[in-house]
Ligand binder design. Structure first.
Ligand code: HGY
Ligand code: MN
Ligand code: MN
Length: 414
């Protein structure tokens, strides 16, 4: 049975080319939201959209859209989205694969004279990673009405910059109102970023839900003092107190025998000197769980521990909420479409929960959606060792092609 196919060389070539854009002097891939290096990636993506003959639109939070009106007329569009901003020292597939595969699907269908009943749109959402500006998935959160665009543009980054100023500086302070197109359906293709598909030898994941995310910034205040002369009993050591929080979180998650995960990814001491007891420790806490009640329990347990710690160590503790997203269920009919597309191509497919946050969880607020996963080598991501084989990338893009055709015509294509 013959199936349509995307153009593998074009997709893989673009993934490699975009993956080379935004590398620093050490060769690390760093395309933080609204930075100069991300502008280079944005510009290249827009040039590909123009080459494909798509209408390009940018909204006020800098989300970029490539729109193929086609025969779809005024119907609600089918949207394929993800992101092209990265973490620090990133891999080349996270987000970029889904955006470029979306463009590839549109170009393939356009070139074949396919007549969709709906416009088809590819979207690159601003600041999905949330590394420079919290929260993550910000562009799709604003687009879906979960965060006011003016408040988002006023966000101050970890480097003291203001998001709105940076978007204007790089030329991506668009004019379209976020949410200017309500999708008929939304599909996101993404690397799994975990070990499951590879471990089970399954090439396709049909993602039916996504876990809840809680981001907090904790500040612990103690007293700077001499590392040599201050007896342990007299210390108000913010560094030691922070270490107790990190081990508390890890031990609790490990002992829970649940999918709960806890991560302290950023930490800074003041005055940060080898012979001075830290007067201040500032760190982030990332808690996740597919079950909302358990996630709340984790947050409450952390709050209780911080109170205990403050009393035992004589330190001050303050907490700032950075992000909080409840678990999301995706649309079962689109999940079924993904499974049918895989079956139709003779590919095994596994239903999954996403451990990572994605733009799909935000767009699920305004449209039915689901995600397609492909395997990650060693389950590694947010790391330059992130890798997915070309054959797996192409297979995932062809599943996306079939699912979009199915959504655009109402039946699974042959
Ligand atoms: O945090 C996440 O899960 C995503 O990579 N932004
Ligand atoms: Mn991603
Ligand atoms: Mn990511």
């Amino acid at each position: 049975m013959s199936h349509r196919s995307i153009d593998p060389a074009r997709l893989l070539g673009r993934i490699a080319e975009l993956g080379a854009i935004g590398r620093d002097a050490e060769g690390m891939l760093v395309r933080l939201a609204a930075s100069d290096s991300e502008k280079l990636g944005r510009d290249r993506f827009v040039s590909w959209l123009e080459e494909a003959g798509l209408e390009v639109a940018v909204d006020r939070i800098g989300n970029i859209f490539g729109i193929w009106n086609g025969a779809g007329g005024k119907e609600k569009p089918i949207m394929i989205g993800s992101h092209i901003d990265t973490v620090i020292n990133a891999g080349i597939y996270d987000g970029c694969y889904g955006v470029l595969a979306g463009l590839e699907v549109i170009q393939t269908l356009k070139s074949e004279g396919f007549e969709p009943r709906h416009p088809i749109v590819v979207a690159a959402f601003t600041n999905e990673e949330g590394v420079r500006y919290a929260p993550d998935m910000m562009g799709s959160l604003v687009y879906s009405g979960g965060l006011d665009v003016t408040a988002a543009l006023e966000t101050v980054g970890t480097d003291g910059t203001v998001l709105g100023d940076e978007l204007a500086r790089i030329g991506y302070a668009g004019t379209h109102a976020p949410g200017f197109m309500t999708p008929h359906a939304y599909v996101e293709l993404h690397i799994e970023q975990g070990p499951v598909l590879e471990r089970e030898g399954v090439p396709v994941g049909a993602v039916e839900d996504l876990q809840g995310i809680s981001w907090q910034k904790v500040t612990i205040d103690g007293d700077a003092n001499h590392a040599g002369t201050t007896p342990i009993s007299m210390r108000r050591d913010a560094g030691y107190a922070a270490a107790r929080v990190i081990t508390f979180l890890r031990d609790r998650a490990k002992a829970s025998n649940t999918p709960t995960v806890a991560t302290v990814g950023c930490i800074a001491f003041e005055p940060n000197a080898i012979n001075v007891i830290p007067s201040r420790a500032t760190f982030t806490v990332d808690l996740r769980d597919p079950d909302e009640d358990r996630l709340k329990e984790e947050e409450n347990a952390l709050a209780a521990f911080l109170e205990l710690l403050s009393a035992e160590e004589g330190v001050g503790v303050s907490v700032e909420r950075l992000a909080r997203f409840e678990p999301v269920k995706f649309d079962q009919s689109i999940v079924h479409l993904i499974e049918a597309a895989a079956r139709d191509r003779g590919l095994a497919c596994k239903r999954m929960t996403s451990g990572a946050g994605h733009d799909a969880q935000m767009i699920a607020r305004i449209a039915p959606g689901a995600m397609i996963f492909v395997p990650s080598r060693g389950g590694i991501s947010h790391n330059p060792k992130e890798f997915t084989a070309d054959t797996e990338l192409v297979a995932g893009a062809n599943i996306l092609l079939d699912v979009i055709c199915g959504l655009a015509t109402g039946e699974l294509p042959r």
